[in-house]
Design a protein around this ligand. Sequence first.
Ligand code: UDP
Ligand code: MG
Length: 323
Amino acid sequence: MTLNLATLASNPELSIVIPVYNEEDGLQALFDRLYPALDEIASKRHLAYEIIFVNDGSKDRSAGILGKQVDLRPDVTRAVLFQNNFGQHMAIMAGFEYARGQFIITLDADLQNPPEEIDALTNELLKGHDYVGTVRADRRDSFFRKFASRAMNHLRQKITRITMTDQGCMLRGYSRRIVDLVRQCNESNTFIPALAYTFAANPTEINVRHEERFAGESKYSLYQLIRLNFDLVTGFSVMPLQIFSILGMSLALVAGSLFIYLLVRRFLLGAEVEGVFTLFALTFFLIGVMLFGLGLLGEYIGRIYQQVRERPRYAVQTVLEKK
Ligand code: UDP
Ligand code: MG
């Protein structure tokens, strides 16, 4: 049986990709649930699996713990170690590069995505869906976090036309075709679920459970969340720029009419000095709008700048695997 699994594992059908960043306190708990869940799928569905951990430049003992795990289960485990912190999505991208399976499932390392749900995702992939999205049934995050995501989600959906009920959940399944297409995209900033969705021919969504973080803290601050959403919107659409052109035109139109109106009043009623403060308020409002527009333009230019430098998106230090 062991021999059988080992030979199978050199040609796995199911690849699990897990980004890891400073998760030393939660990794063991993850292993304790992940391996049994996958072993069960392997024997139930006669599928060989592999797990690819990508250590995103953790500053704690995560890399060492992953190394030990590779020694413990070398038949199914590999660990890609980054030199530095390149971000969750780059870690997943690297995982895609090393994944060999026909079906690829991504998962967070903090146990917010229950490993037991992998079976449900595998089931959908086996049915022929090339993209399996997930909706967190009972989301265990703070009220503010939920509210902010819902608002951003709505806005993003309007602007980018990517319809995902729940964009934030990283427990997702992809077919080999989609992963290959995603790997061909050389974008220096990206949001993998959305990028993959643009290639999906037969997507589906399922409900999954959601749990609280097992240990440690969320690696995303509010600032990073805002950045991520900017990335999402500017990375998938130029509509914000168009909105600004339209806004500019309408404002010019309104200001023009106001000018004519004031001119007529000047001739009918004579000189007036009222409304100076209203003018101030209006001016500052417009300056605000202009600065925002400038910043938005900067977002796009910044992306172009990052893109034209063509630096490697991540640097792999070593890959731990059974030789
Ligand atoms: N992560 C990563 N690099 C980063 C930040 C996070 O690889 O720079 C990993 C992290 O270890 C976890 C997953 O991405 O496995 C999701 O991160 P987190 O739980 O902090 O995000 P949240 O659940 O709060 O959105
Ligand atoms: Mg989390």
